[in-house]
Design a protein around this ligand. Structure first.
Ligand code: WTA
Length: 648
């Protein structure tokens, strides 16, 4: 975002006060900020007390060895018991946990907390039968079907950290994650439904398992579409054989508060994805509390729906762990946003709280308000946004068209690493400003600083940092403590650097400005420029590649690549662009496929050989190219622009 847009943005004058009835009955009120400031640890301890513990903790926070935090030291709990069993024990077994909506129109299932408890227990027994023990890692590669929730909770129950890999990732990406966390078991399905058709998942698993040598012992397969699958006798096991026949009784062990709950891989600034490690007590405290706080959840009456895929952190924190720990009733939808289908679901299930990403909102805006206007969405009372900055126009459209001008919008800033929402309005307290994520939540200490780590103060921009540990923070990168320190804690002593630029407006409210590193945000998904560059360079015809995220009206950013071909490849042939796009899809997945690839004779580099992506971004965004004086050869940009002029 340019300085120009930035100052325009924070001159946004519209304000939306919280609805009076919501404010009067809000779960969290203004006093929480002061209470947390006074004693942060006591504040989080009270949040942890909302959970069921086997053994209560002796110490709230151990920060004696920063940046390695321990929360609720000495406490024990079981995440699955907190998400499922305790609601049944409290007499809410008949309450619907999941209103699952399959992609084929008439395919729906309601699953109560009792049913979920039985399923999770069965799956835990089945996994035990397959040799999964506490501490073992289990990879999960599944569509949005109830079994994926069951699988995650069964792992949590056993204390076997799961690593869920988004179903849109390629076999290669899956293989590298299985290898990195040494998973011996993979849970998948034959396929899933996408845009009305069955698409296969199992072949990618077969290919990935093949690539990982003899690491994977078993593949547990849910039959979802019924399509043909290759079967590896002795390795592959049908879910309906193993799980359906297992006992629904399972004695859950209480795990240490710091026992690993899961690893989620996310793109960083280098080619190798980072395995973000979350542990049990702090993570469950942070996610369940913020879910109750920010969405003002009333578990008895609300119907909550988070549209995120379970393959991303939002699906983990705000579809699985947070809402289920709170005993929420929620919608889970197998498909992707299609014209009226989402609004039909809101109408049918009387959804009250809805959480989605700006990219979806912008898509719906483009399609026109006639579509949502055709549905009764009067049940909605609160709307949330996550994944990227929401432009004021999209915010106002969301509020007016989807929220009938009565629902507050909570723009929630957080990351895979933070585990929980960090910056957001409180719906019963904050007068919302379209485009601003507003303030750090109670108990969270954030700031915007300059290069020397000095607070920039109101009215200025800089880098977003977190100054104090929080319960759901990542504990390390899987198997790489040094990289954890280097990535997040090395820029300034004692500060967690999030990688985002931000500005404080005159009131001190936070405006997020996007990444300041080589991470792109495409449709709310994080992609690494380096990772895509590596994928391109791994193609035999490519000598060098540079990737930038260019502004895109719908997806926020789009992947634009500049490549230099090897001499032996000549001009690459007529289909070179398509060939390279497909190659990236194969290496990483369809989400990483460049929107645009330009074959160029040179790349702009500084004298020390660093590619100046800023200049390429100017080209990709059709702007006047900026300052070229630090280039080793300042004529390079002319060559590239000439190419652009002749591009098809
Ligand atoms: C961006 C997703 C502005 C940000 C939960 C962050 C946002 C990255 C917002 C994390 C928001 C997320 N406003 N930017 N409300 N929410 N981001 O790890 O750049 O997939 O660093 O976690 O998304 O993406 P991740």
């Amino acid at each position: 975002m340019s300085e120009q847009t930035l100052s325009n943005l924070s001159r946004e004058e519209r304000r939306f006060e919280p609805p009076a009835d919501l404010a009067a009955n809000a779960n969290v009120t203004e006093e929480a900020y002061a209470r947390a400031d006074e004693d942060r640890e006591a504040f989080w301890a009270a949040a942890a007390d909302r959970l069921d513990w086997g053994q209560r903790w002796d110490q709230v926070l151990d920060w004696s060895n920063p940046p390695f935090a321990k929360w609720f030291v000495g406490g024990t709990l079981n995440a699955a018991v907190n998400c499922v069993d305790r609601h049944v024990d409290a007499g809410n077994g008949d309450k619907v946990a999941l209103h699952w909506v399959g992609e084929p129109d008439d395919d729906t299932r309601d699953i109560t907390y009792s049913q979920l408890k039985d399923e999770v227990s069965r799956a835990a027994n089945a996994l035990t039968e397959l040799g999964v023990q506490k501490g073992d890692r289990v990879a999960i590669y599944m569509p949005m079907i109830p079994e994926v929730v069951v699988a995650m909770l069964a792992c949590a129950r056993l204390g076997a950290p799961h690593t869920v890999v988004f179903g849109g990732f390629s076999a290669d990406a899956l293989a590298s994650r299985i290898t990195d966390c040494e998973a011996h078991v993979v849970i998948t399905s034959d396929g899933g439904y996408r845009r009305g058709a069955a698409s296969a998942l199992k072949p990618a698993v077969d290919e990935a398992v093949e690539k990982t040598g003899d690491l994977v012992r078993n593949v547990l397969v849910v039959r979802r579409t019924g399509q043909d699958v290759d079967w590896h006798e002795g390795r592959d096991v049908w879910w309906h054989d193993a799980v359906d026949n297992a006992s629904p009784d399972h004695e859950a062990e209480m795990h240490d508060s710091e026992h690993p709950l899961y690893v989620m891989y996310t793109s960083g600034t280098t080619g190798k994805p980072k395995g973000i490690l979350h542990t049990t007590g702090g993570y469950l405290t942070g996610t369940s509390f913020t879910h109750w706080e920010v969405f003002d959840l009333k578990p008895e009456t609300d119907v909550y729906w988070c549209t995120a895929d379970v393959g991303w952190v939002t699906g983990h924190s705000y579809m699985v762990y947070g809402p289920l720990a709170n005993g929420a009733t929620q919608v889970m939808y197998e498909g992707t946003p299609e014209k009226g289908r989402w609004w039909q679901i809101v109408q049918d299930y009387k959804v009250t709280i809805f959480y989605t990403a700006p990219t979806a909102i912008r898509t719906f805006m483009k399609q026109g308000r006639e579509i949502p206007d055709g549905y009764d969405m009067s049940s909605l009372r609160l709307l949330g946004s996550v994944g990227e900055p929401i432009n004021p126009e999209a915010y106002v459209w969301y509020r007016e068209v989807i929220g009938g001008d009565r629902c507050p919008v909570v723009d929630t800033w957080w990351q895979t690493e933070t585990g929980q929402i960090m910056i957001s309005p409180l719906p019963g307290v904050t007068a919302g400003k379209p485009g601003s994520a507003m303030k750090a939540l109670p108990g969270v200490v954030a700031d915007v600083v300059d290069d020397e780590a000095r607070s920039v103060g109101n009215g200025n921009g800089g880098y977003l940092v977190l100054k104090e540990p929080w319960p759901a923070m990542l504990r390390t990168l899987w198997g790489d403590d040094q990289r954890f320190k280097d990535t997040y804690w090395s820029r300034w002593e004692g500060l967690y650097f999030a990688g985002d630029g931000a500005k404080l407006d005159e009131d001190g409210d936070v405006w997020l400005l996007g990444r300041v590193d080589d991470v792109m945000n495409v449709s709310g998904h994080r992609l690494s420029t380096t990772e895509i560059e590596s994928a391109l360079v791994s193609h035999p015809k490519v000598a060098e590649a540079a990737v930038v995220g260019a502004a895109d009206e719908t997806t926020g950013q789009a992947v634009c690549a500049f490549v230099i071909l090897r001499e032996s490849a000549g001009d690459g042939g007529p289909d070179i662009v398509e060939e390279l796009r497909k190659h990236v899809q194969k290496e990483i997945g369809a989400i990483a496929k460049p929107r645009q690839i330009m074959v160029v004779p040179e790349l702009p580099k500084t004298r020390s050989g660093k590619i100046m992506r800023r200049l390429l971004k100017d080209v990709a965004e059709h702007r006047e190219v900026g300052d070229v004086t630090t280039l080793a050869d300042s004529t390079v940009m002319d060559l590239i622009k000439d190419k652009e002029g002749s591009a098809p």
